[in-house]
Design a protein around this ligand. Structure first.
Ligand SMILES: [Ca+2]
Length: 426
């Protein structure tokens, strides 16, 4: 790997939310994100997680590899395992950026199975959540020290702890190494359960029901896989549960919105805004009542696989939306490309930086015909899908482990309510 622009590497701030949807409307309730990232940058409207589950997706984000190449199949199977540590962990984008001269920092949720017993290679500053998402009463591995947090909002609220420490790290690094670029990950808990919002947001969004999309409580679905064939409509209690959960999720995102504001303020104050890329996305989407499923992820449908995706930075077109396809596996090679590095040839992902720079789509999947995605999933819901999005078609074809197959034309049926073929039943 060679560095092309040794002295002019931009800073990179990667903000990752946990389980944030686009299809239920969450992006419309984050005014700072809209103002500072969307209106000042580019939003990709066809951004997808190749495997819509926390640990597999996060392992792909870090390495640029499909699940079938890093072998982290579920949140338990191989998640942060010894085998993962021995084979793939070191080849994360942090290692490459670090080797190229970046001062790197990682803050927040890492992998669900992370027990806090090691610091992964590639990170100069390490402050990672041990185990799965919490907002209070959790432990962090902070540069090798286990730090226990309890339930005081001021001291312990995880989103704010991440924001504060990331900002302190950035400021300190720029003071000590003013000519070195910084790359940092802010891996937020929101809006993942247990959906504990900051106290000042407890009364927000009380009447918001944008999660009630056209597929909300549409059940049973005899044309879908076995789980949905037998899942009936939700009870009134379950319907109310989806309403309340949606509100609570939006409330938790307000602290992420606040973090965007604080990051912007810091970059302006340090005169670093013009030399910093900020990328905002989620590990996968979410459903709350779609096809009668009360809550969750892991399904091949749009609400679970589509993610928010916004980027701002030097020469990134402002107030722009692009339909080009971006996948979670594309993030690692794109970050390296932004840093002027050639992504390693074994990465499955493709840099989308040429599209942002308006240098065409050569070498990327953008505008290509044909499939782009092969997804596999947990044992009782395993499937592989092929997706095509281009100027004329928007198609999803899936094969389930039972032999069941489905086919959707999303131009005609954006909420995937009508399977166009059923070649086998399970
Ligand atoms: Ca997640």
């Amino acid at each position: 790997m060679k560095s092309k622009f040794v002295d002019t590497k931009p800073n990179i701030i990667f903000i990752l939310t946990d389980d944030q949807d686009t299809e239920l409307g969450s992006m419309n309730f984050m005014p700072k994100l809209k103002k500072y990232l969307q209106e000042a940058g580019t939003t990709f409207t066809n951004a997808y997680s190749t495997t819509p589950m926390c640990c597999p997706s996060r392992s792909s984000l870090l390495t640029g590899l499909y699940v079938h190449n890093h072998n982290v199949y579920t949140n338990r199977e191989n998640c942060s395992s010894e085998s993962w540590r021995a084979t793939h962990e070191r080849f994360n984008f942090g290692t490459y950026l670090n080797e190229a001269g970046y001062i790197t920092g990682y803050f927040g949720k890492y992998l669900n199975g992370y027990r806090g017993q090691h610091i992964p290679p590639g990170w100069d500053e390490w402050m990672a959540l041990i185990r799965n998402t919490r907002y209070y009463n959790y432990s962090l591995n902070h540069n090798g020290h286990i730090v226990r947090h309890r339930d005081s909002y001021k001291e312990d609220y995880l989103t704010d702890v991440i924001t504060k420490n990331a900002i302190d790290f950035f400021k300190k690094t720029k003071q000590q190494h003013p000519n070195k670029p910084v790359a940092m990950v802010m891996s937020m808990p929101a809006p993942h359960g247990p959906e504990d919002s900051a106290p000042q947001y407890h009364s927000y969004f009380k009447n918001v029901t944008t999660h009630r999309t056209p597929s909300w409580n549409v059940a049973p679905n005899p044309d879908k896989q076995w789980l949905l064939q037998y899942l009936d409509k939700m009870t009134p209690l379950q319907q109310t549960f989806t309403d309340l959960t949606h509100i609570k999720r939006l409330q938790t995102l307000m602290s992420v919105d606040e973090a965007v504001d604080k990051i912007m303020e810091m970059l302006v104050r340090l005169d670093q805004l013009d030399r910093t890329f900020i990328i905002f996305t989620s590990d996968h989407g979410y459903h709350l009542g779609q096809f009668g499923m009360t809550k969750g992820k892991a399904m091949p449908y749009e609400f679970d696989v589509k993610v928010p995706f916004v980027i701002r930075g030097p020469k990134v077109p402002k107030n722009t939306t692009l339909p080009h396809i971006v996948l979670n596996i594309d993030i690692a090679p794109t970050l390296l490309d932004i840093a002027g590095l050639d992504p390693p040839s074994n990465m499955d992902g493709i840099s989308f930086y040429p599209v942002i720079k308006r240098e065409g789509s050569s070498g990327s999947r953008m505008g290509d015909d044909g499939p782009f995605c092969a997804c596999c999933n947990s044992n009782n819901n395993t499937y592989w899908c092929m997706r095509t999005i281009n100027k004329t078609h928007n198609i999803l074809y899936c094969e389930f482990i039972t032999g069941f197959r489905s086919y959707y034309d999303l131009n005609l049926d954006p909420f995937q309510q009508n399977t166009l073929c059923q070649l086998a039943r399970d």
